[in-house]
Design a binder for this molecule. Structure first.
Ligand code: G6P
Length: 608
């Protein structure tokens, strides 16, 4: 949700920043801008649209070795050149970029306007710029001190970065609620909303915490709190490789990430699944979770769907009651938490504002919170009491794919580890682990359905509505299939438990309505799902069914039968979601949609 890049060093700043913005474009792509400084002053380019438009406008380049850039996901003010960041001081000496929301911007803007300050955009960010100017004018303080004082007057969230033409050896940044990472190079420094724009330059990073501000000069950097207390910061080593954040020959990140799943799941299980399950990050917490009266899982979007699979897994395999909550609802409804409860949060980015707020809400009630997070060093990973990383590698496509399967894999490992000492006999436990080991290879086979799915996509690409139906472990997969289609192809789609179809959605069915069913033969509800398929066919609905291992029983009944490898029922979401991902991908491509950067969405939602 808005990406920030900054550079101070010896390279051409505009080049580093524009390349970095491309790597952060998944955070927002309504407009982009860059401001660099040299002895001649500030050089600024801002463009509506994607970073490519900015790149064209920068053309042969801008001079200067210090600068900041921004790719925007609009909150206050529609996407336009004027509303694009950076925003400049009235005298044109400093430029500021911002990710987040200044909640009291309206009151501040009214006050500052009445004092004669002029605003050129509709953004909340420009208020912060004028506030810094006001502090400078009133107190004569330095730019860094003025920013610090200005930030004490704003409510809301921010990651901000600033450069000034009056000092070409200075870059300032601060965060509260929106992530910022400082890359430490050799005589050069980088800033990023995450490590993606930094990794090709250096692996040494410093994570800023909420309420911290960094002042960077070529000779070094200093971190203080907004209350002016000097902080000593640890330098972390990044684990990412550059090739992990590039497309590697695939036309889209989403397709690359779909096809990475055999490896990402293998990586997720590496060192954790042998003859036992060892989750190092939860080693000291497992007893606490096992003895919990209830586990509450909070998440958003696709991670919420993984949480729902987690509910079936933990209740089914370990018989511990689980409740799944939308993080956004959980935080605002004063949730009842018993001292014996525990909370698990799930987040790919580790930065989702609502999920982070759920962490803090639960912690404020004295309950331990465990994180299932992909992004190492992210805020949720750092603020939770303990947790498990996905190790799925960076996910760049806005529609989540490999993170979902890795989340389900982690939840499976947790459920099995909890069930081992409660409900599962040693033989059953061993049998389950064996099958878990086989999953990456089976996913490779499931991916071979791609050609068939592309053909199905061709036939259904013009549909206006889709229905996705599944039961039990595969009900959340139906929700996820519908979400994937909505997100990237803009086709209206709904997921339902198959048996609920007769209580409403059946009214929608006609020959124009593709209905995607998940019907696996060994599931106790298979017969019932087949009856639901009959009901759809009787109303001329067009059925696409996902079933297992050469099940030819449904050939007569259904227009399209997609077979994925057979596995144990509790592991089947890892198999059935694969054709769902491929179907939405190919429909979106055929409709000419921007698969990796769907309209209005952002990958990391750091505002509420
Ligand atoms: C956004 C993304 C989704 C993601 C959700 C939760 O809406 O577009 O793909 O599932 O946020 O994100 P998280 O990083 O917390 O998993």
């Amino acid at each position: 949700m808005c990406g920030i890049v900054g550079y101070l060093g010896h390279q051409n700043a505009a080049d580093v920043i524009v390349t970095g913005l491309k790597r952060l474009e998944y955070r927002g792509y309504d407009s982009a801008g860059v401001a660099v400084v040299d002895d001649d002053g500030l050089h600024v380019r801002k463009k509506l649209g994607k970073v490519a438009a900015l790149e064209a406008s920068v053309g042969a380049g801008l001079p200067g070795h210090v600068g900041v850039g921004h790719t925007r996901w609009a909150t206050h003010g529609f996407p336009s050149d004027e509303n694009a960041h950076p925003h400049l001081s009235t005298d044109g000496t400093f430029a500021l970029v911002h990710n987040g929301i200044i909640e009291n911007y309206a009151a501040l803007r009214t006050r500052l306007s009445s004092k004669g300050y002029t605003f050129y955009s509709q953004t909340d960010t420009e208020v912060l710029v004028r506030l810094v100017e006001e502090v400078m004018q009133l107190t004569g303080s330095s730019l860094e001190e003025s920013l610090r004082q200005a930030l004490t007057q704003v409510d809301g969230t921010y990651g901000v970065a600033l450069v000034s033409s009056l000092d070409t050896d200075l870059m300032i940044a601060a965060r509260n609620g929106s992530p910022l990472v400082v890359g430490v190079g050799d005589g050069e420094y980088f800033l990023g909303s995450d490590a993606a724009p930094i990794v090709e330059h250096t692996r040494r990073v410093v994570y800023l915490n909420d309420g911290e501000m960094v002042v960077i000069r070529r000779a070094g950097f200093e971190v203080r709190t907004i209350d002016n207390e000097i902080m000593s910061k640890e330098i972390h080593e990044l684990e990412w490789d550059l090739e992990q954040i590039e497309k590697g020959g695939y036309p889209h990140f989403m397709l690359k990430e779909i096809f990475e799943q055999p490896i990402s799941i293998e990586d997720c299980m590496r060192g954790r699944v042998g003859t036992d399950i060892v989750l190092g990050g939860l080693a000291d917490s497992m007893d606490r979770i096992r003895n919990a009266r209830r586990i509450v899982i909070a998440a958003c979007g696709t991670s919420w769907h993984a949480a729902m699979v987690g509910e079936y897994l933990i209740e089914g395999l370990a018989r511990i009651p689980v409740e799944v909550e939308y993080a956004s609802e959980f935080r605002y409804r004063d949730p009842i938490l018993h001292p014996d409860d525990c909370v698990i949060v799930i987040s790919q980015s580790g930065e989702t504002a609502d999920t982070l707020a759920a962490v803090r809400e639960a912690q404020s009630k004295g309950v331990p919170v465990y994180g299932i997070v992909n992004t190492v060093g992210s805020t949720i990973a750092r603020e939770t009491d303990a947790g498990v990383y996905l190790h799925a590698g960076p996910e760049i496509g806005v529609a989540s794919t490999k993170a979902f399967t890795a989340q389900v894999t982690v939840l499976t490992m947790i459920a099995l580890a909890l069930g081992k000492d409660r409900t599962l006999s040693p033989e059953t436990f061993a049998e389950y682990l064996l099958e878990l080991h086989a999953i990456p290879q089976k996913i490779s086979k499931a991916l071979r359905t791609e050609k068939q799915i592309r053909d199905i996509a061709k036939l259904n690409r013009l549909a206006s509505n889709f229905l996705y139906l599944g039961r039990g472990f595969n009900f959340p997969v139906a929700l996820e299939g519908a979400l994937k289609l909505k997100e990237i192809s803009y086709i209206h789609a709904e997921g339902y438990p198959a048996a609920e179809m007769k209580h409403g959605p059946i009214a929608l069915i006609d020959q124009f309505m593709p209905v995607v069913f998940i019907a696996l033969r060994d599931n106790s509800t298979y017969g019932k799902v087949v009856s639901n398929i009959e009901e759809v066919v009787a109303r001329s609905g067009n059925v696409i069914v996902i079933t297992d291992d050469n099940n030819r029983e449904l050939d007569e009944l259904c227009e399209h039968v997609i077979c994925v490898p057979k596995t144990l029922e509790f592991l089947s979401p890892l198999m059935t979601v694969i054709p769902m991902q491929l179907l939405s991908y190919h429909i979106a491509v055929l409709r000419g949609c921007d698969v990796d950067q769907p309209r209005n969405l952002a990958k990391s939602v750091t505002v509420e």
